[in-house]
Design a protein around this ligand. Sequence first.
Ligand code: GAL
Length: 596
Amino acid sequence: MNLMILLSLFLRIAGTAAVSRASSGSAGSASTLEPSSVVATTQTSTSIPLPSFPPVGSTPRDFSKKGLEHLWNLVGPVQAPPFTTTRIPTSTTVALPSPPPPLYPSFYAPAPKDILPELKFPSGFKFGVATAAYQVEGAVKDEGKGPTVWDWNSRQPGGVLDNTTGDVVDLQYFLYKEDVVRVAALGVNAHSFSISWARIFPFGTADSPVNQAGLKHYSDLIDYHIQHGVAPVATLFHWDTPLALSAYYGGFTSPQAVNDFIHYAKTVFAAYNGRVKTWYTFNEPRVFCGQTAGFPFNVSLAPGVNSSTAPYQCAYNVLKAHAGAVKAFRQMKIQGEIALKNDDFIGIPWRSNNSEDSLAVERHAAFQLGSFSDPLYTTGDWPKIMTDTLPPDFLPRFTEQEKKDNLGSADFFAIDSYREQFVAAPPDGIEACVSNSSHPLWPACNTVELFDSNAGWAAGVSPDPLSETWLQATPNTLRSFLKGLQTRWPTKKMYISEFGFDEPFENLRTEMFQITEDVARTNYYMTYLGQILLSIHEDGVPIMGAFAWAMIDNAEWNSGLSAKFGIQHVNYTTLERTYKRSALSLSEFFRAHLQN
Ligand code: GAL
């Protein structure tokens, strides 16, 4: 029996909904901003008790060593890494292995360099790889870092499928130099990583002390990237809320997080100004805010907030934090560009020429991409579909000043674009759902369908079973999606800030020659990149960078180490990295299509 089945059995017995990246628009959406990637919790009388967490507001703000240890005690024992200093690469160059033989005969699939060979990326294009602090760094308790909600979640029953913690994972905190050298050898010219707020402010708040060791770490890391021709692209927040903020006031479900975030942002901007040229405030805030409503994060909601309202209260606070940070960025005259990383897709009507399904697509687009894109790029406000559906006690309304602050608070559009899927109206129709707040699909009132309405063909190639509720490889619809983005939220510059695929059943492979032969992922990247070239040249979409998720295998949130997204394998005994075919194919593709 596989782990997923075991887990779902366990959770069913426990009366708790599965904690995984559930499909959007399906059951549970009442309690999230449409949970494309996370889940809601349905507590029943047979539930296991919620994890123990001190009542929000009861933890004293003690910024001493003892206070920090108290916070770590909420997490429990932490595994120490095998070494605690930054490893220096033996050589600053890495010899790539000889190229893999062609995957298929060229009449079926051309070699990476031969895909649309006459088309090139515009000069200055970023060939990037992406990571996030919690997923790769390890060393969670080293050099003064405070605990985060993910250090805590990974230890809760059902929190992470295979009980992976962030304690050691890839240990990129101490191995970043080797990792930079390895990707530079592929020709990668940008790395999108995230800074862990709890390394800079272990207690999170604006009135708490800065951890100089944390500031110095990212300073060194940024310099090292620049020295190796890899542009550092920094995200301030990739879901790892300092645990202290959950304990003090309920994290981003409380308005108190706004000023603390802005203070953290200003500290980081000032420290790395001039060296980081591309910044993101938040990664996929919609997904993050969906998480706050679900198990086990729903034990630390701000007073007055419940699992149903949490995603919307969070979204409001996050947008204020984003806009405030961008205002500070501009007032401080920080060099470079800033935006947030949006996610998800617009959707394709499941039944063609069906007006209900077309409306369902509009609802999907409004509740998902629109919730953070309308405020930043078109109106400063929530999409009308959201305000028409959700009363103000769910979805706080922006003041006129807040709308002004939102609008224009992004210099470019960043999209984590993994897939595009069909969207359908609820079986009993949109009206029946919209008018009934107890409807299981309220408030977004749409479903995502993974296969077509005619013959039942899949929307795209299946990923690893652990991600099959949300992910499919859908290169054929990428161009129309990117054009749709430009139509709805026009921008002068767009980054595909993440794209990637988890190779089916890679976790079950034991032989290196099988692990490195990541055919589904390679096909994903080659077909997406060809479409990106066509988007640029034939559709005029101003795409200036594409970042492969992920630079290396890593802790994939609720799936832990069981779902593999890396273009490099990591041996979790030795921490040794090995390039997979996808890494070498990306390298060949970019070398052939980049111009200097
Ligand atoms: C993104 C997320 C990443 C990674 C990836 C693959 O939504 O930002 O952290 O988990 O999905 O699932």
